[in-house]
Design a protein around this ligand. Structure first.
Ligand SMILES: CC(C)=CCNc1ncnc2c1ncn2[C@@H]1O[C@H](COP(=O)(O)O)[C@@H](O)[C@H]1O
Length: 255
């Protein structure tokens, strides 16, 4: 027996049925440039790009409006592949709950795995549980533990929201997506685009090797300052995460 089609997102729009072709995402259309071969191509590309700019603009306006009332919030990243019932999933639930109980709204990428676990924990704490999803070339909805949700067409618009509406980043173990988000945050802090912004890595066994490599190779080769690895706090438990968040909040309030 096949699963009933529960519909799907295309950008911000949820459609029931399978009319929406997600195989080519908006990000891919934006990034895959095809040089024009004739004047008709030039005209068409100009129209397409103009509409694209308006869609990008709309995404920022919608995101800003949706998140306007968010007060203290923490963005949590982590693997989309973490399975329900594993210790990693449970860690995400405990983390979301602990952050929520500490008085923060919780923002995730809105997807499955660790994102879902953290939203689930935030919901258990009665905290605002926010999911900022992304259009992907396969069917996927926002996870069911989200109170404020939005689905983005463009990665870069979504990333702006992750930073703008949070006072800290927390990373659970993850893959390329998590590393991308982690290093974007690190660069923003390193270049003082954001200040008083802790970046917390949960799981010494998982993250320790990366931090050692930053200290040995990147510092030794002069690619980063010796103090730069200290922008990262590596911790083991949700309670330690909350301790770092609280210390940062106290420092912000004093400043
Ligand atoms: C099963 C599967 C691959 C689903 C992908 N579905 C996703 N939905 C929402 N955000 C995502 C997704 N995949 C990657 N991301 C983004 O990248 C991070 C996870 O990527 P990764 O699994 O570590 O590399 C998340 O914090 C999220 O912001």
């Amino acid at each position: 027996m096949t699963e009933p089609d529960r519909g799907r997102y295309s950008g911000p729009t949820w459609t029931s049925g399978d009319a929406t072709d997600l195989s080519v995402t908006s990000d891919r259309r934006l990034l895959n440039r095809r040089p024009p071969r004739c004047q008709a191509d030039v005209n068409q590309i100009k129209i397409d790009d103009s509409w694209r700019v308006l869609r990008i603009q709309a995404e920022f306006v919608d995101g800003f409006d949706a998140l306007l009332h968010v007060e203290d919030a923490v963005t949590v990243f982590g693997s989309a592949r973490t399975r329900l019932g594993t210790p990693e999933y449970e860690l995400g639930v405990d983390l979301g709950r602990a952050i929520g109980e500490a008085g923060y709204a919780v923002i995730t990428g809105g997807g499955p795995g660790s994102m879902e676990s953290v939203n689930r924990g935030a919901r258990q704490a009665g905290a605002r549980s926010i999911g900022l999803g992304i259009e992907l070339p396969f069917e996927q909805g926002l996870n069911p533990f989200i109170d404020t949700g939005m689905n983005f067409r463009y990665f870069f618009a979504r990333k702006t929201m992750f930073v703008k509406y949070a006072q800290a980043f927390v990373c659970l173990p993850g893959g390329f997506g998590t590393l991308d988000e982690l290093f974007e945050a690190l660069t923003l802090v390193q270049t003082h685009k954001v200040t008083q912004f802790p970046i917390i890595l949960v799981g010494r066994a998982f993250w320790g090797g990366l931090v050692d490599w930053l200290r040995s190779t990147l510092v030794d080769e002069g690619m980063i300052d010796p103090a730069d690895p200290d922008l990262l706090s590596v911790v083991e438990t949700p309670a330690e995460v909350v301790a770092v968040l609280d210390a940062s909040r106290a420092a912000r309030e004093e400043a």
